[in-house]
Design a binder for this molecule. Structure first.
Ligand SMILES: Nc1nc2c([nH]c(=O)n2[C@H]2C[C@H](O)[C@@H](COP(=O)(O)OP(=O)(O)OP(=O)(O)O)O2)c(=O)[nH]1
Length: 134
């Protein structure tokens, strides 16, 4: 069977203090308990930006738009079950206050703190790049 590549867009939401929002993956899901950048898989026919705007509304209840998403970094990682291509956009402008609409815990973290957090293996190489973003 050919391996599946999942394309996932995710946001580094940056606040005025230069912290980035992380969401904790819920129990029972792949990589449960790890702290990730909010986002999710592209659905059929969606661009990465459209998928991210939809996911941010569903998961966090915030509104943003394409002009507020800057391509920032990508990560490529082979998990046991699939290959992941993670597209990370920086976003500094949104409407609303992020809340865990799907019961997920949220926290704001500086890149230096992220080295100590349990993040998905795909995200580890991104942490060092984030300093340049904020
Ligand atoms: N949103 C997000 N996903 C990440 C990150 N790092 C990382 O390895 N992933 C993985 C976890 C998941 O396997 C996949 C994201 O898929 P998803 O959020 O749409 O789907 P899911 O597994 O939570 O749930 P499901 O809809 O498949 O049930 O990407 C990250 O920083 N942010």
């Amino acid at each position: 069977m050919t391996r599946q590549t999942k394309i996932v867009s995710a946001a580094a939401l940056v606040d005025r203090e230069g912290r980035i929002l992380l969401a904790q993956r819920p129990p029972g899901k792949h990589l449960a308990g790890t702290w990730e950048f909010p986002g999710g898989k592209l659905e059929a026919g969606e661009s990465p930006e459209q998928a991210l705007i939809r996911e941010l509304a569903e998961e966090l209840g915030i509104e943003t738009q394409e002009s507020c998403l800057s391509p920032a970094a990508f990560a490529s990682h082979s998990y046991e079950e699939f290959d992941l291509l993670l597209l990370v956009y920086a976003c500094r402008k949104w409407r609303g206050t992020p809340e865990g609409r799907e019961g997920q815990a949220l926290r704001w973290a500086r890149p230096a703190e992220m080295f100590r957090l349990d993040m998905p293996p795909a995200d580890k190489p991104l942490i060092g790049l984030l300093d340049a973003l904020i």
